[in-house]
Design a protein around this ligand. Structure first.
Ligand SMILES: *Cc1c(COP(=O)(O)O)cnc(C)c1O
Length: 400
């Protein structure tokens, strides 16, 4: 067997239906395959490489730290972890951070925190309100919180203690507030990513905040996809002028180096005590050094403002180019989180996208999702518009 054959997946569990390409190298907004073909990356490894590939600041930080200290243990002090906690809590107006290695682990920490908080208040079955069409991860608790039957099917019995309501529907949640006594928290995404770039009304988060305040519930925001400048602010909830009690981060935090975080403020920041929760790798010096380089770069290059400008350019360009297109229902988004809802099903869209030299994803069967790097040039943004429009023309001309 040729072990360099990228299509040889015999020994990998088939958890993914992989497309027939593998990338050898990255350069900013571009990925390069083994044949030297270049693809414009408008997906960023699903919202991870927000600074683009092979970013020099991150590469330098990781190389230096690898030569100094990769891992010690959370049994001892970790200076870089302290520094990262200081930076993140200051940026978010939060008080304390717990570090882990992925988004699902960040949500797990939030769920455990909410339950422990509930138990200390005397609830025996603390319940968390979650939304339809949400996505929170693939571990048992996070898939149980996720509002997508496909993610859950086959893994029953699900973890109990979640109550599901329609997203962006205050009336539904107010009904729950009147009729359910053991609610301890609400967990939602400020913009649903996997669910198809669903943007709630402007007053949704402020009204949720007010309801949580009046009921003594924790407001927990899953900002794993929306956070870290993606939507044009450091964190998407800042558009709404509110602060959550718990915020979950991962994806872009390490620009590809695995790291997740659970941040908390107020009473939620004082819930965990030694022995309640932990992680061997979480917050190790290598990951924290990478994350500090990411935050420095985002701040120095003012990438939140850049995401806003690029988001406008992309949505305007896409709307102009696709105006009146019978296959397009809507172009929507916030900053560089963009959805193009189609009127037609195009099951092999991501494969066709490769032929057009672009990477994107398809959500909820009909929504093309773009999560391009925040470091995109104006010309690269223009190229995304042209390639996505050509891709949609292609799908409309010969449906799957
Ligand atoms: C990606 C994602 C997760 C899960 O993150 P993993 O690192 O894959 O575990 C959770 N919530 C949201 C909103 C996400 O986008």
């Amino acid at each position: 067997m040729n072990t360099t054959d990228t299509q040889t997946t015999d020994h990998l569990m088939t958890t993914y239906a992989r497309l027939a390409v593998s990338f050898e190298r990255g350069d900013g907004a571009w990925l390069i395959d083994g044949q030297g073909r270049r693809y414009l990356d408008a997906l960023c490894g699903i919202g991870v490489t927000s600074l683009g590939h092979a970013h020099p600041a991150v590469a330098e930080a990781v190389c230096q730290q690898a030569r100094t200290l990769i891992h010690s243990s959370n049994l001892y002090g970790i200076t870089l972890q302290q520094q990262l906690a200081n930076r993140l809590t200051a940026l978010a107006g939060m008080e304390r951070a717990f570090f882990c290695n992925s988004g699902a682990e960040a949500v797990e920490a939030g769920i455990k925190l909410a339950r422990l908080h509930g138990h200390t208040q005397g609830y025996t079955l603390p319940t968390i309100i979650v939304a339809e069409h949400s996505f929170h991860g693939r571990t048992l608790a996070t898939l149980s919180a996720t509002g997508n039957r496909k993610v859950q099917a086959g893994f029953e019995p699900l973890v109990q203690g979640f109550l599901r309501v329609p997203y962006n529907d205050m009336a539904a949640i107010e009904t729950v507030a009147r009729n359910t006594s053991e609610v301890v928290a609400v967990l939602v995404e400020p913009v649903q990513g996997e669910g198809g770039i669903n943007i709630p009304d402007n007053d949704y988060l402020p009204r949720l905040r007010a309801l949580c305040d009046s009921k003594g519930w924790l407001l927990m925001l899953d900002e794993i996809q929306t956070g870290l400048c993606r939507t044009g602010r450091w964190f998407a909830h800042q558009h709404a002028g509110i602060t959550p009690d718990v915020m979950l981060l991962a994806k872009a935090l390490g620009n590809g180096v695995p790291i997740g975080a659970c941040l908390a403020a107020g009473p939620a920041a004082a819930v965990f005590h030694p022995g309640n929760h932990g992680s061997t790798f979480g917050g190790n010096p290598l990951a924290c050094r990478a994350a500090l380089a990411v935050l420095d770069t985002m701040e120095q290059q003012q990438l939140a403002a850049r995401a806003t400008a690029l988001g406008h350019q992309l949505r305007r360009g896409l709307r102009d180019r696709l105006a009146g297109h019978p296959a397009v229902r809507e172009v929507r988004g916030l900053g560089l989180m963009i959805g193009i809802e189609l009127t037609i099903a195009c099951g092999d869209l991501t494969r066709r996208a490769l032929q057009h030299g672009i990477l994107c994803s398809l959500q909820a069967e009909r929504v093309i999702r773009l999560l391009p790097p925040l470091t995109l040039s104006d010309d690269e943004a223009q190229l995304i518009i042209e390639r996505i429009a050509a891709l949609i023309d292609d799908c409309a001309a010969q449906p799957a």
